[in-house]
Design a protein around this ligand. Sequence first.
Ligand SMILES: [Zn+2]
Length: 239
Amino acid sequence: MQQVSDAIFRLGRRFHNFYLIVEGGRATVVDAGGARELPLLEAALTAEGLSLDDVEALLITHGHTDHIGFARRAAELGVAVKVHEDEAPFIRDKSAGTQVRPTEVPFWRPRAIVFMVEMMRAGAHRDYRFDDFETVTDGEELDIPGRPRVVATPGHTAGHASYLFKGHRALCSGDALVTDSVIWPGRGPQIMPTIFHADEALARESARTLSSLPVDLLLPGHGEPWRGPIADAVAAATA
Ligand SMILES: [Zn+2]
């Protein structure tokens, strides 16, 4: 667990992240890592004197298996899971979206191998589709800790959403804007490699729309958090 700010914690492993936001003894979680990673969240909550019962919502950025991992289990345990309405079909049914085709992953890259092993250990190679969630819409401000606003960022997947925590000047960008491609070397703000996107052109367009947000803490789905004006991050990523 890495404490990113007074209220925000980064969980996950080297190559993939999910986030815990704590405010007033209550919590919001963004993304659900791999299926075997619920204990990481529980440990982080315990360290803050909290439990799963204090999680008001688990927000999902998109339906890839390294982001919805333990969401189904969390829902079974009573956590309210929220998903952008356009992503809902993919959360319910794998065939409604595009998964990364393993044959396209460049396994000769050492980082790709490390990433894939990390995903296997996290349980992210197994699919946990489910339908026990609520949907949210673009622009909606959620009355949960951090008061996140839903920012539709389609392209990586059809209904990918980012979450703006305005009071913290932070954006959980999922895979709309990352700081590590997990395959190619080179850190810093970037768009994920082509093979990971449903619609790369749309993903780039969505990333550009993030420029105007009041954000100077980028919390990506992959890679280290990044500090600075988000317009700079977007410019670097889409240059
Ligand atoms: Zn991802």
